[in-house]
Design a protein around this ligand. Structure first.
Ligand code: COA
Length: 150
């Protein structure tokens, strides 16, 4: 299986929005959908990487460059039929290419649910460490673990 990784463009928007809706369904306190307009802004800024298989978008990673040396990994999402096929890993490796091109030493943070073992496993495999728990981050009962890569 060949995975194509590229910076997402305007024509990817419908696929990215559909992917977000599939991966972060309403009513699941462990999975928070992107706020209105966030994906559009990410495409505009060139901060979303898309993974495509046979020209179909199957995964996305969105970064927020909070400052020159402080980035946040906002979203990583792989369509359910393509999970466990190293696509998330490939998108994380693309993030590391981006990091290697920065002239600054960048700290990257990421929030994920304490119940999201797949995301925690993926982050830890890339050297992220847990730095704290933020209770009720997205509302009552929606706690988030903060991971950081320094
Ligand atoms: C989390 C997610 C992005 C992982 O993507 P993926 O493409 O399935 O992951 P990969 O196949 O690249 O796996 C890479 C590593 O992640 C970890 N991992 C992936 N799935 C895992 C699982 N179910 N349980 C534990 N660790 C897991 C492992 O360390 C794995 O490495 P290994 O295969 O060498 O053991 C994917 O499950 C997903 O989109 N989930 C729904 C949305 C979501 O939770 N996003 C994160 C929100 S913060």
């Amino acid at each position: 299986m060949e995975i194509e990784l590229r910076v997402a463009n305007q024509s990817d928007l419908p696929d990215l929005i559909a992917l977000d809706a599939e991966c972060f369904p309403p009513g699941n306190s462990d999975l928070e959908p992107a706020p209105q307009g966030e994906i559009e802004a990410g495409v505009e800024e060139g901060n979303i990487f898309a993974a495509a298989v046979n020209q179909k978008v199957v995964g996305m990673l969105q970064l927020e460059k909070v400052s020159s040396n402080e980035w946040e990994l906002l979203t990583l999402a792989i369509t359910s039929g393509h999970r466990g096929q190293a696509i998330g890993k490939a998108l994380m490796e693309r993030l590391f290419v981006e990091l290697s091109q920065s002239p600054y030493l960048v700290a990257v943070s990421c929030l994920t649910s304490p119940n999201n073992e797949a995301m925690q496993g993926l982050l830890e495999s890339f050297g992220f460490v847990q730095v704290g728990l933020i209770p009720d981050y997205f509302g009552p009962g929606k706690h988030r673990l903060k991971f950081q890569l320094n």
